[in-house]
Ligand binder design. Structure first.
Ligand SMILES: [Zn+2]
Length: 301
C-alpha cells in the first residue's frame, strides 16, 4: 500500500511537470530566456567627422562609433576610400554634416539605413557655413536628435540614453556659460582667421570674424582682399590673426608681419589635429579656444 502511494505520487508529479512544460511552451513559444548579451555593440554608428562622433559618443552603452575622417586630416577636401564608402553604407545610423563632408553624398547614394543630416536637422539645408558644431547651443540640438534616433534603434536602453543625453547637454551648457561670461566684455571684439570656420561661434557670442580664405581652407583670397584686411587690422587695432593647424599659416603670417599683429592657432575642431587635441577632446579644445579669444579680443570678466 505504501509503495502504491509513492508510485501514484510520482506519477502525479510527473504529469504535473509535463502540463506545466506544455503550458509554458504553448504560451511562450519564443525563446523564453532572451540573450541580452546579444545586444552589446548592437547599434553601429558611423560619423563622417570627429565633432559629430564626439557628440554621438557615450550616449548608448551598446553602440559602436566609427569616424571616417581620421586625426590630422582636414575634412573639406577629403576623398573617401572604397572601404570608407562601405563603412558608411553598412552603418545602422550614419551621422553626416552634409556640407563640410559633401563627398558623403555619392558614397551613400544607395544606402538604405537611417541617416542624420545635421545641417538639415538644424534647419540650415541651404546655408553655406557648415561649422555648426562650434556653437555649443546648436551642438546641444545635435545631441538631442542623435539621442532620439538611438532610442528608436535601441529601446531597451531608452532610460540610460536619456540620462547620457542630459549629461552631455550639461557639458555643452557649461561651455556656453563660460563663453558667455568670458566674451561678455571685450575691448576689441574682432578677430581675423585663416578660413571662415567661426561664423556660428561669433554670432552666438557677439564678435566679428574677418576671414582670409573662404568657408573652405582651399579658397584663395584675392590681392585686393589682402589689402582690405591689412587696412582693417590696422584701423580696428585687431591684435591677432588666427590660423588652423590643418591649414597653411603662410597668409596669416604675411598679414601679421605687415600689420604688427600676432598670430595664434584657433582650432575649428574639424578633426583632432594634434596629440594635445586628442587628449583635450571637444570640451577641452573649446576651453583652449576661449582662452585665446579672450586674450586676442582683450576681454575682462
Ligand atoms: Zn572648415
Amino acid at each position: 500500500m505504501q509503495k502504491l502511494r509513492i508510485a501514484l505520487g510520482f506519477s502525479i508529479a510527473f504529469i504535473a511537470v509535463w502540463i506545466a512544460a506544455f503550458t509554458y511552451i504553448k504560451f511562450f513559444p519564443e525563446n523564453p530566456f532572451p540573450d541580452y548579451t546579444k545586444d552589446v555593440g548592437k547599434v553601429s554608428i558611423v560619423a563622417t567627422i570627429y565633432p559629430l562622433a564626439w557628440l554621438a559618443s557615450d550616449l548608448d552603452p551598446s553602440a559602436t562609433i566609427t569616424t571616417i575622417v581620421g586625426p590630422g586630416i582636414e575634412p573639406h577636401d577629403f576623398s573617401p576610400t572604397i572601404d570608407d564608402g562601405k563603412t558608411m553604407e553598412d552603418a545602422e545610423l550614419l551621422i553626416v554634416n552634409r556640407m563640410v563632408d559633401e563627398w558623403v553624398m555619392d558614397a551613400i547614394a544607395d544606402r538604405k539605413g537611417q541617416t542624420v543630416s545635421v545641417m538639415e536637422m538644424l534647419g540650415f539645408p541651404s546655408l553655406e557655413d557648415p561649422h555648426v558644431w562650434l556653437d555649443p547651443i546648436l551642438a546641444q540640438q545635435i545631441v538631442k536628435d542623435i539621442g532620439h534616433q538611438l532610442e528608436i534603434f535601441d529601446p531597451t536602453n531608452t532610460e540610460i540614453i536619456r540620462e547620457n543625453v542630459l549629461k552631455k547637454i550639461t557639458i555643452l551648457q557649461g561651455i556656453d556659460d563660460r563663453y558667455r561670461l568670458g566674451l561678455a566684455s571685450c575691448s576689441i571684439p574682432e578677430i581675423v582667421s585663416s578660413h571662415d570656420a567661426f561664423g556660428f561661434l561669433a554670432k552666438r557670442y557677439g564678435f566679428t570674424v574677418h576671414s582670409i580664405a573662404g568657408l573652405s581652407p582651399e579658397d584663395e583670397p584675392s590681392p585686393s582682399k589682402l589689402v582690405e584686411l591689412t587696412d582693417l587690422i590696422r584701423s580696428h587695432h585687431i591684435t591677432t590673426v588666427f590660423f588652423e593647424e590643418l591649414a597653411s599659416p603662410a597668409l596669416a603670417k604675411t598679414l601679421a608681419d605687415e600689420t604688427g599683429a600676432k598670430t595664434d592657432v584657433l582650432d575649428a575642431i574639424e578633426s583632432l589635429s594634434s596629440e594635445e587635441s586628442e587628449r583635450l577632446e571637444y570640451p577641452g579644445i573649446m576651453e583652449k579656444n576661449l582662452a585665446k579669444l579672450k586674450a586676442a579680443m582683450v576681454c575682462t570678466e
